[in-house]
Design a protein around this ligand. Structure first.
Ligand SMILES: C[S@@+](CC[C@H](N)C(=O)[O-])C[C@H]1O[C@@H](n2cnc3c(N)ncnc32)[C@H](O)[C@@H]1O
Length: 343
């Protein structure tokens, strides 16, 4: 029987998520923040390993739809057993490391109702995981067109929570947005990549999960950010070298020739000042052009949408070739894709 999977994505990442999951199964439905996938066979270690490796997806769930009228009917022994068997597959599947689930948590409208509490209790007994408020095996129960659907998250933490990210930093980029951006920047082993405002290194570390560029440089003027970026890179344990430089990018003197450049500069509300950002953005575009190889691609991700549009319009070295909006927790960053104009 073909297993069904639901993938949660951030608004703006859908096209890249579709691209990433192509080949895993048939996409049977898409909404702005959700993808439904039908695997070619039952859930097994191979399909689970592939799903757990997805980078543009916030969280992945196995979805089981029961043809029932009311959630109370989920309490039937055969349904509890089916869910417990699926949980056993999630807990025991190789390759290692196996996810270490310790307890169940239910997220559903009416999760506190006596029947839902009983449902969680009975499922807990059947699968050997106690229900807990902070439980790491997350279940969602929701109405579906043909009954009620139970979603079981396949990892103890969301996929968007990168294991290498041990340190917090103001303005650090969400991992799934970074993964989506780096797919759009199409960086391969033959390219040389520069991040002019690398912060804690999210974009460059995500890139190493796709391909290790032949040259990869991250610059930030904050020494604390560079230290964290180095730590994060070590913890990510990916093949590929990154040169981390602590400097003002607009003043730096390094060898150029980069055919891929990215930057996620400060924006007024969280990092930096609105007034100085226009000058900084203009200087970054200028410096990027000085360090670029012919035909280079430049991705600028910013929340300062109008200001970025104005700065792009006021210069003539970069031509805009694309724009992508993202949405995450009240923020609306936008990726401007630019190409270096020929002489
Ligand atoms: C929004 S944060 C980047 C966050 C990064 N993408 C991450 O995930 O950690 C902007 C960064 O730009 C850096 N920055 C600001 N002005 C700079 C300059 N002139 N040269 C280099 N870095 C600069 C700040 O220190 C800050 O780390």
């Amino acid at each position: 029987m073909s297993a069904k999977v639901v993938l949660e994505v951030l608004s703006g990442c859908l096209a890249d998520a579709c691209d990433e999951v192509a080949g895993l199964g048939d996409i049977t439905a898409k909404a702005d923040t959700e993808l439904c996938l039908s695997l070619p066979g039952p859930l097994d270690a191979v399909s689970l390993a592939k799903l757990r490796a997805l980078r543009t997806v916030v969280a992945a769930y196995v979805a089981i739809t029961f043809p029932v009228q009311r959630p109370r009917e989920l309490l039937a022994t055969q349904r509890i057993n089916q869910l417990a068997e699926t949980i056993a597959t999630l807990r025991t599947s190789k390759p290692r490391p196996r996810p270490n689930f310790t307890s169940l948590r239910l997220s559903a409208a009416g999760a506190d109702s006596p029947e839902m509490v009983r449902f969680l209790q009975e499922l807990g007994e059947a699968c050997g995981l106690p229900p807990e408020e902070e439980g790491d095996l997350l279940l969602r129960v929701r109405r579906a067109p043909a009954g009620w659907q139970v979603l079981l998250r396949i990892t103890p933490r969301p996929l968007a929570t990168r294991p290498w990210r041990s340190e917090n930093y103001p303005g650090a980029l969400n991992g799934t947005i970074a993964a989506s951006i780096m797919r759009r920047m199409a960086v391969g082993e033959e390219n040389s990549l520069l991040d002019l405002t690398c912060g804690t290194g999210t974009l460059l570390i995500e890139q190493l999960h796709l391909a290790a560029p032949k040259r990869c440089v991250g610059i930030d003027l904050n020494p604390a950010a560079i230290q964290i970026a180095q730590l994060h890179q070590r913890q990510a344990k990916r093949k590929g070298r990154i040169e981390w430089l602590c400097s003002d990018s607009t003043q730096i003197d390094i060898e150029g020739g980069f055919d891929r450049i990215v930057c996620n500069p400060p924006w007024g509300t969280l990092v930096g000042e609105h007034e100085t950002n226009a000058d900084l953005y203009a200087a970054l575009l200028q410096k990027a052009a000085d360090l670029a190889a012919p035909n280079a691609l430049f991705g600028v991700l910013s929340h300062e949408v109008k200001r970025t549009q104005r700065v792009i319009a006021d210069q003539n070295r970069w031509e805009q070739v694309g724009e992508q909006r993202y949405f995450q927790k009240g923020h609306h960053p936008r990726l401007f894709r630019l190409r270096l104009r020929g002489n």
